[in-house]
Design a protein around this ligand. Structure first.
Ligand code: GLN
Length: 444
């Protein structure tokens, strides 16, 4: 498939007009969206904006790196004048008054926003089924979940309804749907990309990142959206690295945490790639048995706190009355855990566990350059299939560690089992995205 940079070149040279790029996607969206349920709203000015870009190109005026390329945006990222409803009735009709910093950076490069896409309600979910506007379908097999919560973002890329998409990842929400849809999803290091303009799920874990067709595209977009931003005090510039030759890859011991067939596929692929590149492999261990409990205490409490502003006065409806089950579970759970009489007992324990996991990562990265593991522990289930809360939460057992520790992670397609897509995940130390991309290209 053509890369983003190649397509941008075609547009700049006049061989493909930005207008045609937009209208081609528009036609496909008309045809497929009803069934796949990906776009919640479209940018009605897209064609006009494309024409403007074509005009500037004709006049030989300077245009940005993304001139005429089309992006789909998850509905929890603010785009001025478009609806950021978080796929919830609570915020239905809420129009953003400003651009998130990532959107501003993309617009500075002349991107065209195609529209806002579906997701799990308030990013709470792992399957793409908790949206108040109905589930997103997996374009590779419409009976299956696309994964979540950035379900629409991954499905939009897989169905070729955009050039690339933006999602957010709190515990796996970019990597998980990328894995189920057979595309590439990057969760940048905590702080590599500004969160300004993202509607929080859990502010100490959330990151915005790209969903793309290839690692090269992912790197291209990351390099545009990355970096220090005055509106997000946690943001900083990633590190620039000296190239390294002989690498050591840590293969995570996933014990009994997932489908053995997925584990075998990932191991085989890792051995192949390491052999070909003359890299060493070492077995590494993470305390996987505590990641879900740690994560959900932090998320419940931070989400409860973040949602107090949705009290029906300033934005939309009262969340405690209008949201779906999964959102309410977290709000009521979070309010319980953070009750004064517990003196922060649970939250503090979770912070301690989080520190432990972070330490373990630091120790591992003294020995290895990157860690390889499956993205999700099981194959995609059928949409609507009854699956317990515990099993739904367990979908992210392999992706959550990166959020708890702040390291960067990527999911790339590794093949299929039973005709279902399987993703391979690679993790690198915090702010080492460049290394992550270099290693990922060898696995791709
Ligand atoms: N599935 C996880 C959750 O429900 C992750 C969500 C996310 O990364 N936004 O919290």
């Amino acid at each position: 498939m053509i890369t983003l940079q190649e397509k941008a070149k075609l547009i700049k040279s006049g061989k493909l007009s930005a207008e045609k790029n937009v209208s081609d996607f528009g036609e496909k969206i008309q045809k497929l969206n009803k069934e796949l349920n990906i776009y919640l709203s479209l940018n009605t000015h897209a064609i006009e904006q494309a024409k403007e870009i074509d005009k500037r190109i004709k006049e030989k005026k300077e245009v940005g790196k993304l001139a005429g390329l089309c992006v789909a945006v998850k509905s929890n990222i603010s785009v001025k004048d478009l609806e950021a409803n978080c796929a919830s009735k609570v915020l239905e009709g809420y129009i953003s008054g400003y651009d998130a910093s990532v959107i501003e950076k993309l617009k500075n490069e002349d991107v065209i926003i195609l529209g806002m896409v579906n997701m799990d309600e308030f990013a709470c979910g792992a399957s793409g089924e908790t949206s108040a506007f109905g589930p997103v379908k997996n374009p590779r097999n419409k009976e299956l979940i696309p994964g979540g919560s950035s379900a629409g973002s991954a499905a939009a890329v897989a169905a070729e309804l955009c050039d690339f998409a933006l999602g957010s990842d709190t515990g796996g929400s970019i990597r998980n749907p990328a894995s189920h849809c057979g595309i590439v999803g990057l969760k940048p290091s905590y702080g590599s990309v500004s969160r300004y303009g993202l509607i929080d799920l859990s502010m100490s874990l959330d990151q915005i990142g790209p969903l793309t067709n290839s690692v090269e595209d992912s790197e291209f977009i990351f390099n545009i959206i990355k970096g220090q931003d005055n509106f997000d005090a946690t943001s900083q510039n990633p590190l620039e690295l000296k190239p390294k030759k002989g690498l050591t890859i840590g293969l995570l011991d996933v014990r009994d945490f997932g489908d053995k067939r997925i584990e075998d596929l990932i191991t085989k692929k890792t051995e192949e790639v390491c052999k070909r590149n003359k890299w060493e492999i070492k077995k590494v261990n993470l305390p996987l048995d505590i990641v879900l409990q740690t994560y959900y205490i932090l998320v419940y409490v931070e989400f409860f706190s973040a949602t107090r502003k949705f009290d029906g006065r300033r934005y939309g409806l009262k969340i405690d009355e209008e949201a779906g089950h999964e959102v309410l579970r977290r709000i009521f759970g979070g309010s319980e855990i953070s009750k004064a009489e517990y003196h922060g007992k649970y939250y503090r324990s979770a912070l301690k566990a989080r520190a432990l996991i972070k330490k373990q990562f630091e120790k591992i990265f003294e020995d290895v350059d990157a860690i390889v593991l499956p993205t999700v522990p099981r194959l995609a289930h059928k949409i609507g299939e009854k699956i317990s809360v515990k099993d739904m939460y367990a979908y992210d057992v392999f992706t959550i560690p990166a959020n708890l520790s702040g390291v960067c992670g990527i999911s790339i397609p590794a093949g299929t089992i039973d005709k279902k897509q399987v993703g391979l995940q690679i993790l690198a130390p915090r702010f080492y995205e460049e290394l992550l991309f270099n290693i990922s290209k060898k696995f791709e």
